[in-house]
Design a protein around this ligand. Structure first.
Ligand code: BG6
Length: 487
């Protein structure tokens, strides 16, 4: 079912995210007939542009980056509009009123509006206040939804403050905190895999699972985002949000219903059950590191401290690895190893479930491990590894694999994360958006890591193009395990 007619207002329209992700996502939805019958996109930011220049810039980008062309592209571009305002100046929002009135009228939207905050985070509290000052949050005439990009706060306190500010003007049901990892098809598939297969769910607990690894490895560095990244680091940029959300999907209990509240109740429950971190634990089970000078493939790369926007004596981590535990009935005693880093040798995000070995190796000394590898990206799919008899004499077992690849599905119309999430927000489905309690549970959990960083805890160095610092290998090796490195 297509969403109701609406107007999408993108704050930060001249920025990178709008060009790289939001407009292409809307274009693909349009191409696949998934947008409402009538819709308008109003780009808003400080840069002085008119409708035509904005439209032309988006059009050119779609041609160059998405290979778009023809009538569909031209038809899509007629839906794009632009209004320049000083987004920090409440009075300037008056300019939005006649624009929106005209668009609502022309596109028969009944006032339904999605506001997308894709601005610097310092404006996340200001924009809702300014909208409210002009009655633009009012749901009397059509629904009003606010999508807030990450980062949602900088720590527990700032996240709470931001929530308090936004809640003055928008109700929780109107707020959609986006975490684009939740929009990834394979992350959602984790739930279907777990809860609709009698084969896996009975084994999904401390009795059968030895440990779980979650890795998000990137081959890029901080690129041109040094200014933002240096104040953030891997802990805030990837771990506090994306990786803890994946962890929640892996570890949560089955929801009572597949709806936003039931799902998000379970996510919050598991995040509240994370075993609190203390300094002793962090000293042995947390590894923070920063990339130095080196090569990735055949490319010479700058050390992190020489990247544009990064302080010359920066102690920001571009890699982190952590062992954590969940204190609940299902997971008691099962370690979770989580790692993420920039400039690693391969780009992949995966969850590996390592099952316990058989109690007594009948056939050979080292029975192969049973594992389930859930590949979130790229090459989305699931692989099961187990032992079978090596052909020939004897009964030796060797590890074999049964693979499923998403690309093999006949009807393979997988939506990208932003397509899926924009569509859900237009439909009013908040299931895949982070609820306030989950965001706060994540911040609360990472707070000791932030304090450890602030107190200049140990920071290691690693070479770009390597698998990170050897300390991360030593950390996992202390319990006799190794990180899985895909080939
Ligand atoms: C973003 C981070 O949220 O996620 C980036 O800010 C990171 O630093 C990106 O590169 C990774 O997303 P994806 O979808 O490419 O895995």
């Amino acid at each position: 079912m297509r969403p109701e007619n609406n107007c999408i207002v993108i704050f930060g329209a001249s920025g990178d995210l709008t060009r790289r992700k939001l407009i292409p996502a809307l274009f693909h939805l349009f191409k696949n007939n998934q947008l409402p019958e009538k819709f308008a996109v109003l780009g808003v930011s400080r840069t002085e542009l008119d409708d035509d220049t904005f439209r032309e810039a988006m059009r050119r980008n779609l041609i160059e980056k998405e290979g778009a062309h023809g009538q569909t592209l031209e038809a899509f571009c007629t839906h794009l509009y632009y209004q320049s305002i000083d987004t920090a100046d409440r009075d300037d929002y008056a300019k939005l009123l006649p624009r929106l009135d005209a668009l609502h009228h022309e596109y028969d939207t009944r006032g339904n509006t999605v506001y997308y905050l894709s601005t610097p985070p310092s404006l996340y509290g200001i924009i809702p206040e300014c909208l409210a000052a002009h009655g633009l949050n009012d749901e009397e005439r059509g629904w009003k939804r606010l999508i807030v990009e990450k980062p949602f706060g900088y720590d527990s306190q700032t996240a709470k403050d931001l929530d308090r500010t936004i809640h003055h003007y928008f109700h929780e049901h109107q707020i959609y905190r986006i975490d684009h990892y939740l929009g990834k098809e394979t992350v959602q598939n984790l739930l279907v895999l777990r809860f609709s297969n009698g084969l896996f769910e009975p084994l999904w607990n401390r009795n059968y699972i030895d440990y779980i690894e979650i890795t998000a490895a990137e081959t890029i560095g901080v690129e041109d985002r040094g200014g933002y990244y240096d104040g953030s680091g891997a802990v805030r940029d990837m771990f506090q949000n994306h990786l803890l959300q994946i962890l929640a999907m892996v570890a949560m209990e089955p929801p009572a219903l597949i709806d936003a509240d039931s799902m998000r109740d379970e996510v919050a429950k598991v995040l509240h059950s994370l075993h609190p971190l203390d300094n002793e634990h962090l000293k042995t089970h947390l590894v923070l590191a920063q990339y130095g000078k080196g090569r990735v493939g055949d490319k010479e790369v700058l050390p992190y401290r020489q990247e544009k926007g990064v302080a010359a004596d920066s102690t920001t981590e571009t890699y982190m690895a952590l062992r954590l535990q969940i204190d609940n009935w299902r997971w008691s005693g099962v370690p979770f190893y989580i790692r993420t880093g920039k400039y690693l040798p391969m780009r992949f995000t995966e969850v590996v479930i390592h099952f316990k070995t058989t109690p007594h190796p009948v056939f050979n000394q080292h029975a192969p491990e049973n594992k389930l590898i859930i590949r979130i990206q790229p090459d989305e799919g699931i692989a099961m590894r187990f032992g079978l008899k090596r052909p020939g004499a004897g009964f030796d077992a060797e590890e074999v694999s049964m693979d499923f690849r998403y690309a093999d599905l006949a009807a393979n119309n997988v939506l990208t994360a932003y397509e899926r999430l924009l569509l859900d927000a237009m439909k009013g489905d908040a299931t895949l958006f982070a609820r306030t309690d989950a965001v706060h549970a994540c911040w609360k959990f990472v707070e000791p890591i932030l304090a450890y960083k602030a107190n200049r805890g140990q920071l290691y160095n690693y070479d770009p193009g390597s698998w990170g610092p050897t300390e991360a290998d030593k950390m996992i090796a202390r319990s006799g395990r190794v990180w899985r490195q895909p080939k």
